[in-house]
Design a protein around this ligand. Sequence first.
Ligand SMILES: NC(=O)c1ccc[n+]([C@@H]2O[C@H](COP(=O)([O-])OP(=O)(O)OC[C@H]3O[C@@H](n4cnc5c(N)ncnc54)[C@H](O)[C@@H]3O)[C@@H](O)[C@H]2O)c1
Length: 247
Amino acid sequence: MKLQGKVALVTGAGSGIGRATAQRAAAEGASVLCADVVNAGETADGIAAADGTAEAITLDVREAGAWDAAVAAARERFGSLDLLANIAGVVSTGADTVVEQTEDEWDRIVSINLRGSWLGMRAVLPGMREQGSGRIVNIASEAALIGIPGLAAYTATKGAIAALTRQAAIEYVKEGITVNAIAPGFIRTAIQDGIEQQLLDDMAAGIPIGYFGKPEDIAATIAHLFSEDASYITGQVVAVDGGWGVS
Ligand SMILES: NC(=O)c1ccc[n+]([C@@H]2O[C@H](COP(=O)([O-])OP(=O)(O)OC[C@H]3O[C@@H](n4cnc5c(N)ncnc54)[C@H](O)[C@@H]3O)[C@@H](O)[C@H]2O)c1
């Protein structure tokens, strides 16, 4: 129970890595505000059914006003806000090469992945600075570190999230606040829905460990970065990737 007494806000909590992170934070004793545009209520209900403490809120991470409302809701319902997991994110629905990507789709990806992460940090940091403590974990990707054909807008946002993580970490390092990012490798979630099974098998075979990661693998690392055990870690992009990044 390494997060006992803490209050966490988790975005993307309706699915995949966000849901697993909300569940793990609650299992570690945190009160969790589950935020998403869909299905956050299901996650909160599941946590409550497992004797955890959670509530849900509808949050579109692109909207500054919705962030203010979420921060206010966390404080009102649970009394503080100590932990932010900025997990909501999308990949492109169409071709995402540098040449083929469209302006509208580029703006959508940047708006959710990058602007959303920035707005989240901007919303929670004043309260964390006031209380002199806080933990933020953003979700970058292995795609922040290497080029991946057909993920141009996506890699651009994830690289920028890694840079913004370092920036925020250094700006607030003297104020009891840590800011880190995770670079997940291939984690099996709804984000790969629509990819043919043969291609999924080929992708898994290309990971040194030989299989996809689980959302729980990322949730466990986030729980560690949220905890006091990680108080000397800030500004890092932590790869959780089955060895992909070093192969
Ligand atoms: N799964 C992987 O292999 C992998 C690898 C690297 C990074 N990531 C990152 O992990 C994060 C979570 O991805 P996942 O695999 O769990 O995918 P997922 O599709 O299961 O979950 C993404 C969640 O984000 C939510 N979301 C989308 N737009 C939103 C918005 N505007 N406001 C609020 N919520 C919104 C969705 O509703 C969904 O619940 C993403 O940032 C993704 O880029 C995933």
